[in-house]
Design a protein. Structure first.
Length: 257
């Protein structure tokens, strides 16, 4: 992964990381506490009002976290190609736990996503995630994974976009690895377009298996043209999937140039 700046020495990285994490946790707790009591009555609303309001609160949280973190900056491109009236299955490369934060902060699309089931048990945060109707999954349990795909399909059929990391896990080296076929099959079955999104810099800031914030980073996000899936034949799904992956790999190279 390309970066203009070197890693900070440990004696700098550790205290900066501790201060940043503590600040982010305190901010999140306060935000969730206030937001929960404000948003709980929202769940009594009918239609899409509750879903939209709760998701917009999550977007505000993501943007606030980035804004108050001095070591992070952000740049996005291609947002103008998004039709906010459409339902998308968003596919994004996966470098870091920060990816969902970046996508939520910049993408002008309301979406659902999968999250580890343990997060839903955390007081207030888990309640907020349940109110937003995000989808819990136990990745070690095949039945749970299957049910999560059913839930995602249900949201697509209701007109709600969903976010999918087709690599299935975070990349250790920051490169885009093989895609699993589930996302593109779901998109074809629901008749929605696949919206490719490429992120970079998150793996520099917070690599897999680390809690240290490594660098002053400019996160980069790029939205590629959407890909219709409705009329794609079964035999062509993998072809389209690899074409999208190749386009995302090329865009990642351009972002790093």
């Amino acid at each position: 992964m390309k970066s203009a700046k070197k890693d900070a020495p440990a004696w700098v990285a550790i205290p900066v990381s501790v201060i940043t994490w503590v600040g982010a946790i305190i901010f999140t707790i306060l935000y969730v506490l206030i937001g929960f009591f404000i948003l709980f009555p929202v769940t009594l609303l009918r239609g899409d009002y509750a879903r939209k309001l709760i998701h917009w609160s999550a977007i505000l949280w993501a943007r606030s976290i980035i804004a108050v973190t001095p070591v992070w900056k952000m740049r996005a491109e291609g947002l103008q190609t998004i039709d906010q009236k459409k339902t998308y299955l968003i596919v994004c490369n996966h470098q870091s736990m920060l990816d969902i934060l970046i996508v939520a902060a910049k993408l002008p699309v309301l979406f659902k996503f999968l999250a580890k089931k343990e997060l839903f048990d955390i007081p207030f945060l888990g309640w907020h995630m349940k109110l937003a109707k995000y989808i819990p999954v136990d990745r070690s349990n095949r039945t749970s994974r299957h049910q999560a795909l059913i839930d995602l399909s249900g949201w697509l059929n209701k007109g709600a976009s969903v976010l999918f990391f087709p690599e299935g896990t975070r990349s250790v080296d920051g490169e885009i690895h093989d895609f699993r076929p589930a996302a593109f099959k779901l998109a074809r079955e629901a008749g929605v377009e696949v919206l490719p999104v490429v992120v970079d810099g998150t793996g520099d800031a917070l690599p897999k298996h680390s809690w240290l914030l490594k660098k002053h980073v400019e996160f980069r996000l790029s939205v590629l043209p959407s890909v219709p899936m409705k009329d794609v034949a079964d035999s062509e799904i993998e072809v389209v999937q690899e074409r999208v992956r190749a386009a995302m790999i090329q865009k990642l190279k351009e972002l790093r140039a």
